[in-house]
Design a protein around this ligand. Structure first.
Ligand code: ATP
Length: 505
């Protein structure tokens, strides 16, 4: 009994996406699928979920061969796929979206009362009752991912595929997902969990199958392997993820080159100030929606004029184009909406900023793509033919090629594999080492702890209700301290965090 994949293969034209993939998963087991960007994880998930057909091989579930011809066919059999490519309708409400696969009817009309009841049941479990009647297009990305999951749960899955939807979730959301998965396990549901966040895999999964170049290399009990061992298997060479924190410069020793005394946070009608030092990586943390995105958007001129002192000159930035000409780079948190040009090829996507805004010719597209290990066929192919993580690497490569003085990044490693994520952190540290500064939001506190440990000069600022509630430096940058500072002020009175103004080392 359980789910068995036997020698599954799939090609997209000449590209081999999966090759003889094999796996066996027991009922009630939560299986992680771990692999680099483009290793075939989503393709395998899509074959199971009926989104694409396989070329060869067989899938057997509870003794029967299954071969779904469409997601609808899979859903009828309670095999449900959730993925980063959301299946929601922006102009419908959350409750309508949740029930869309099986709308309760009264006569020939939709039964609104039943829709409400059915969706509220699941939204309560997810602690999201307050968004039931909102339109999906009004929600923040993490909430949309939670609705995608809610929509899957009402369909009573026997097999649930979670493909990267946790990459945009905040810690409080992930805790809810963890509870949900534990419940599904009790009911015997099989969960296939695809994520690049190692802490999540260790917290939620029983076992892990490693994929590389479309092949399944092996399956291990989650607790049997350390993170470094799993990554070494995944990339085929020794990787050590343990990292020593470098000594940190204190506030007074920083070489401040940008002063921003009035940063507007429109979501709260508040204002903040920040001084940015050369060589600094500033991590931005907080519970979702406490003004982190506004902070970096404002610095990029998204809300209109911002006055700054830069290299001792008073300057004004009125829009993003001016920000770029001043040497700012901006990696948006929403790759599909404002990160990539979906109908353009790789070369055009790489060249977008340098050629269009800075009027400098790009001659080394391949070198940029290769330096970020983008898995691609040729620079002329459409960006949409790349896996999600590889698309994100193109976006990052594009911006770093402009050699920015200040990099503003909103969850830049979302969907990027663990090895590439660590390579990217090294690129950020290198940029800082060359005298630039990096301000980076992450929904993953562990990531902020890691990235800020790589340079001498770094801080994590934690936001709460539109204000910077704490600034952590040096050894105080820990997951626990970030978490404590992100909570309401009253609850963190006895916690060892540096209140606004920084810590004495
Ligand atoms: N629609 C498509 N057309 C052509 N090639 C594709 C298509 N979708 C995926 N591929 C290719 O198939 C391979 C496997 O992609 P897949 O999306 O399964 O990888 P993945 O492991 O899920 O990656 P990621 O972690 O980046 O999401 C990659 O080389 C990718 O470029």
């Amino acid at each position: 009994m359980g789910l068995t994949f036997q020698k599954i293969s799939k090609k997209y034209g000449a590209v081999v996406a999966i090759k003889h993939a094999e796996m066996k998963i027991d009922n009630g087991e939560v299986r992680a699928i771990l692999g680099g960007n483009g290793s075939g994880k989503s393709t395998l998930a899509k074959v199971l979920g009926g989104l694409i057909s396989k070329d060869t091989g067989e899938i057997i579930f509870d003794g029967n061969v299954i071969d779904f011809k469409s997601p609808k066919d899979a859903k009828k059999n309670h095999v449900i796929m959730t993925s980063q490519e959301l299946s929601l309708f922006g102009n419908l409400t959350v409750e309508e979206n949740i029930c869309i696969c099986d709308i309760p009817v009264k006569g020939v009309f939709a039964d609104k009362k039943k829709i409400k009841e059915k969706s509220l049941e699941i939204l309560k479990v997810m602690r999201l009752e307050n968004i039931a009647s909102k339109k999906v297009e009004e929600l923040a990305p993490n909430q949309q991912y939670m609705v995608e999951l809610a929509k899957a749960l009402v369909q009573d899955p026997k097999i649930l595929i979670i493909d990267e939807i946790t990459s945009a979730l905040y810690r409080e959301d992930v805790e809810i997902v963890d509870d949900i998965i534990k419940n599904l396990k009790k009911k015997g549901c099989i969960v296939l969990f695809i994520s690049h966040r190692m802490a999540e895999l260790y917290a939620m999964c029983d076992s892990v199958t490693i994929m590389k170049n479309g092949e399944t290399l092996g399956t291990y009990a989650m607790q049997e392997k350390t993170e470094s061992e799993l990554l070494s298997l995944m990339v085929g060479m020794k990787v050590d993820t343990t990292r020593e924190r470098k000594n940190h410069q204190t506030e007074s020793r920083k070489d401040i080159f940008i002063k921003a005394p009035h940063i507007k946070i429109p979501s709260y009608g508040t204002e903040e100030s920040l001084e940015i030092g050369r060589g600094e990586i500033i991590g931005v943390a907080g519970l979702q929606g406490h003004g982190q995105t506004d902070l970096i958007d404002a610095l990029y001129g998204v809300f209109g004029e911002i006055k700054l002192e830069m290299d001792e000159n008073e300057i004004s930035i009125h829009n993003s184009r001016q920000a770029v000409t001043r040497g700012f780079a901006f990696i948006s948190g929403d790759r599909e909406r404002d990160g990539t040009f979906q109908e353009r090829n790789l070369a055009e996507n790489v060249a977008a900023v340098k050629e269009l805004v800075k009027h400098e010719k790009i001659t080394d597209t391949r070198a940029i793509l290769d330096s970020f290990n983008v898995k691609y066929d040729n620079p002329g192919q459409l960006i949409t033919a790349l896996s999600g993580g590889n698309q994100q690497k193109v976006v990052v490569g594009r911006w770093l090629s402009t050699k920015p003085k200040l990099l503003l990044a909103n969850d830049p490693t979302k969907g990027i594999d663990v090895k590439a994520r660590s390579d990217l952190h090294k690129e950020f540290a290198k940029l800082a080492g060359e005298g630039s500064a990096v301000i980076m939001i992450s929904s993953d506190d562990d990531e902020l702890v890691n990235v800020t440990s790589m340079v001498e000069c770094s801080r994590v600022i934690v936001m709460y209700e539109g204000h910077i509630s704490a600034i952590l430096e040096g050894a105080s940058i820990t997951r626990e301290n970030i978490s404590a500072a992100a909570m309401p002020i009253e609850e963190k009175t006895n916690v060892d965090v540096a209140e606004r103004g920084g810590l004495d080392e």
